[in-house]
Design a protein around this ligand. Structure first.
Ligand SMILES: NC(=O)c1ccc[n+]([C@@H]2O[C@H](COP(=O)([O-])OP(=O)(O)OC[C@H]3O[C@@H](n4cnc5c(N)ncnc54)[C@H](O)[C@@H]3O)[C@@H](O)[C@H]2O)c1
Length: 252
């Protein structure tokens, strides 16, 4: 018997930012595995080239795109370049981001602006450019990586990071409201402590997860990719303006 999960995303085109490693890479792999053609965008071009080549070798449709999401002057051009690969964009996964672990008394205006530019402003303007394309196409799925820090404040990460990620949650709802009449969905994912290169740079990665995470282990990029798949697929066709916690019960 055929089930709805086989090639669930066949014919769909997904743009994933921050796809060079960590959560973004796994999201791109997951969507490709479900039949989507994927465009992997990252500041680090060699890394997305490598992932795209691996996906292609496995029979998927994948392309690499060098892209700094905070290069606002060229963002619309980059989105057009992304669209040109397969002629459309049906799914956008905003993953590219940075973090930091500066004490609250030491955050400078420069580091604040950098965080806001990459983690919040870029998310808005990149999504705005893709939103216009989706509106013309008659729909699409927007997924944004927020964070546990957006919900409970930044403990091991910068206050500016927590504030930016809280902004992402709100902007996701704004896109959900503006997009609903056009078949455009917008949802966010709030990961907890996920062992990626970014995660390993934060102080929690030195703790024993059994002592503070109810599920007793750190999260993986794969764990997060399943939540992204849900929002990217028809399984979430009555869900918009939502946010899913993927945190092993760390915060509820
Ligand atoms: N790892 C965690 O525990 C965790 C928890 C909550 C939220 N998140 C969020 O998930 C997302 C991915 O996290 P990760 O752990 O995979 O991070 P990571 O640092 O391992 O990977 C981030 C990727 O984004 C790319 N990138 C950074 N700045 C960019 C820019 N200006 N333009 C384009 N690409 C850029 C990097 O090159 C890298 O490939 C981030 O938005 C992060 O805030 C992560």
């Amino acid at each position: 018997m055929k089930n709805i999960f086989d090639n669930m995303l066949e014919g769909k085109v997904a743009l994933v930012t921050g796809a060079g490693r960590g959560i973004g890479e796994q999201c791109a792999r997951r969507l490709a595995e479900c039949g989507a053609s994927v465009i992997l965008a990252d500041l680090n071009f060699p890394s997305v080239e490598e992932v795209a080549a691996d996906l292609t070798a496995q029979g998927a449709q994948a392309r690499a795109l060098e892209c700094n999401v905070a290069d606002f002057e060229h963002l619309e051009e980059k989105v057009e370049e992304a669209k040109a690969f397969f002629g459309r964009i049906d799914i956008l996964v905003n993953v590219a981001g940075i973090t930091g672990s500066t004490p609250i008394t030491e955050i400078t205006q420069e580091s604040w602006d950098r965080m806001m530019n990459i983690d919040l402003k870029a998310m808005f303007f990149l999504t705005q450019a893709v939103f216009k394309i989706m509106k013309e196409q008659g729909g699409g799925k927007l997924i944004h990586l927020s964070s546990l820090a957006a919900l409970r404040g930044g403990r091991s990460s910068d206050a500016s990071y927590a504030a930016a990620k809280a902004g992402v949650l709100n902007l996701s709802k704004c896109f959900a409201l503006s997009g609903a009449p056009y078949g455009i969905y917008s949802n966010a994912v709030c990961p907890g402590n996920i062992l990626t290169p970014m995660g390993k740079s934060l102080s929690w990665s030195q703790k024993d997860p059994k002592t503070y995470i109810p599920i007793g282990r750190y999260g993986t990029a794969e764990d997060v990719s399943y939540a992204v798949l849900f929002y990217a697929s028809p399984m979430s066709d009555y869900v918009t303006g939502d946010a899913m916690n993927v945190n092993g019960g760390l915060y509820m």
